[in-house]
Design a protein around this ligand. Structure first.
Ligand SMILES: [Zn+2]
Ligand SMILES: [Zn+2]
Length: 352
């Protein structure tokens, strides 16, 4: 009889239950890791509210895809990992053979699987790592001095890093980030690293804007009280911003982004739109006459993830200030409540 552990299962919309079950056993091509830190992501909150097409009704799933832990079991055919290694798991596991996977864009694989969606994720004491995750590079060793909490937050940062590479943010750029959640914060940190001359963050929640001010943002705008377009024009000497990142899911913000962009501005429509709101009116003459670049990014590749981990390892990137609340697996419902409340920044689930 193997000892038991706690696992927080999503059973359906609004329904997460902490259950006791036996610790998984690694098959010959698998690993089992002891979860040390798993961060709650906006995706987890959306699944709790609306469900997910890859989690059919009647199945249960442990959510959480921002995972770091210690290897405690190694299958006999797995040679590259040893018991005691500290690892983090970039969540999107590509099929390995499609055109996107061949280019390294596993997040764009049409048949990708993911921890916390198609495999049980981080909100449990032990996580089984399937063979394909090991074979396709989804187990990354954490450099010695990086904490498990920082390693867990590499995943959301890597999405901002992926966006930065697409936007080619340069020294001297003025950057507007709309949405002051944890992902907005990652865009702030990345823009600072890239040498942006002025970073303007907009949101409708004062407490979140206060968190942004703590990160050293130049200007915060509460767009419920202040006209965002006027604020951006004022802060950019009437020119508009060089870079705009829409880190929210509001159609009107996509429309507005074209109006607040400078000539030759670059816009990343980073946040996806909810179902039924995907058709957004855009003044395409602004794109034409201002020669704007409008692009989109989604998620991050394993390469983005590893380069983000390297940035943390270099000491140039501090992710720990983003962690503002910690809960255990048994407290998962309080953890989700806290994350949904919009307080603080990143909510972490941690175990010793
Ligand atoms: Zn995430
Ligand atoms: Zn693929």
């Amino acid at each position: 009889m193997r000892p038991n552990m706690k696992a927080a299962y999503f059973h359906g919309v609004g329904d997460i239950r902490v259950e006791s079950q036996s610790i998984p056993e690694a098959g010959s091509d698998e690993l089992v890791i002891k979860m040390k830190a798993s961060a709650i992501c906006g995706t987890d909150l959306r699944i709790l509210k609306f469900g997910h097409f890859k989690i059919p009704t009647g199945t249960k799933r442990v959510l959480g895809h921002e995972i770091a832990g210690e290897v405690v079991q190694v299958g006999r055919h797995v040679s590259q990992f040893k018991v005691g290694m500290r690892v983090a798991l970039p969540p999107n596991i590509g099929c390995g053979s499609c055109a996107m996977c061949r280019k390294g864009y596993t997040q764009l694989c049409p048949t990708y699987e993911a921890f916390g969606i198609s495999y049980d994720g981080g909100f449990q004491d032990y996580v089984k790592v399937p063979a394909q995750a090991i074979q396709r590079g989804n187990v990354v060793i954490i450099p010695g001095h990086i904490s498990y909490e920082e390693a867990a937050m590499v995943e959301p940062f890597s999405c901002a890093y992926h966006s930065y590479k697409a936007l080619n943010i340069k020294p001297g750029d003025s950057v507007v980030i709309i949405g002051a959640g944890p992902i907005g914060a990652c865009h702030v940190l990345m823009s600072q690293l890239a040498g942006a001359s002025k970073i303007i963050v907009a949101d409708v929640q004062d407490n979140r804007l206060e968190e942004m001010a703590k990160l050293g943002v130049d200007v915060t705008v509460n767009s419920a009280r202040e006209d965002l377009k006027q604020a951006v024009l004022r802060e950019t000497d009437g020119e508009g911003a060089s870079v705009i990142i829409t880190a929210c899911s509001i159609p009107e913000i996509q429309t507005l982004s074209m109006e607040i962009a400078a000539t030759h501005g670059r816009i990343n429509l980073f946040g996806g739109m909810p179902k039924g709101k995907e058709i957004v009116p855009l003044n395409t003459n602004l794109i034409h006459y201002k020669e704007l670049t409008v692009l989109g990014t989604t998620g991050s590749s394993i390469n983005d993830y590893c380069e983000s981990m390297a940035l943390v390892a270099s000491g140039k990137l501090q992710l720990l200030p983003l962690a503002t609340a910690r809960f255990n697996v048994a407290e998962i419902n309080q953890a989700f409540e806290y994350a949904l409340s919009g307080q603080g920044m990143k909510t972490l689930v941690v175990e010793d």
